[in-house]
Write a protein that binds this ligand. Sequence first.
Ligand SMILES: C[S@@+](CC[C@H](N)C(=O)[O-])C[C@H]1O[C@@H](n2cnc3c(N)ncnc32)[C@H](O)[C@@H]1O
Length: 210
Amino acid sequence: MYNGPQNENLRKHILSNYHSENDKAFDEFLYPKYMQDISDIHWTPIVVAKKASELLTANGANQILDIGAGIGKFCIVGALHTDAIFYGIELRKDLYEIAEQSARILHLNQIRFSHLNITEVNFSHFDAYYFFNPFLENLHPINRIDNHLPLTASLFEEYTHYTKEQFASLPTNSRVVTYCTDSEIMPSDYVKAESYFNNRLCLWLHQKSS
Ligand SMILES: C[S@@+](CC[C@H](N)C(=O)[O-])C[C@H]1O[C@@H](n2cnc3c(N)ncnc32)[C@H](O)[C@@H]1O
């Protein structure tokens, strides 16, 4: 049950479920009920977030951008699992506030959440990138988190175009990890170097500088 920013006991429960990779119990202690209910579809499972954060930091990268951070689950697991700093950018204010509160409950200070549209973010400030299909809800209403934002095919095009251009402008050997995402988002000079979880989690490396 969700209790808000409580005490050391709550933190211990969350950490023990993080260690045992029990998503249901982890979500139950950390997040409001509605966010638990949509977790399977919208938030990265603990086991996947651990692997993704290992792939992102394997070459020493330590400024990780989560493109569409939601309630912060990927950044939180990544910060518990590695020494890197995680920056989560989230368009929805209520999700951003839950993410901030969750990092506070766990006393995590290697996380920075910002309430921004990704189109306001310059990717050159970071050195590795996580992308869990954040713009898809613009095309598939059935997968929407809520109806509080305008969601249209032209916004999908705009966000995808911006992100792809930012990926293309990154230095050689930059790392992007995608989860449940079509390879279309990656510019043609990225190669898929590794994949896990039936090809749903992919590590992409930039092969040439722009
Ligand atoms: C599939 S969820 C992934 C959340 C988180 N990365 C995780 O793995 O647990 C994608 C998130 O991207 C956010 N989002 C969608 N479009 C965005 C945009 N243009 N800028 C910032 N965030 C966006 C959505 O509100 C949603 O919370």
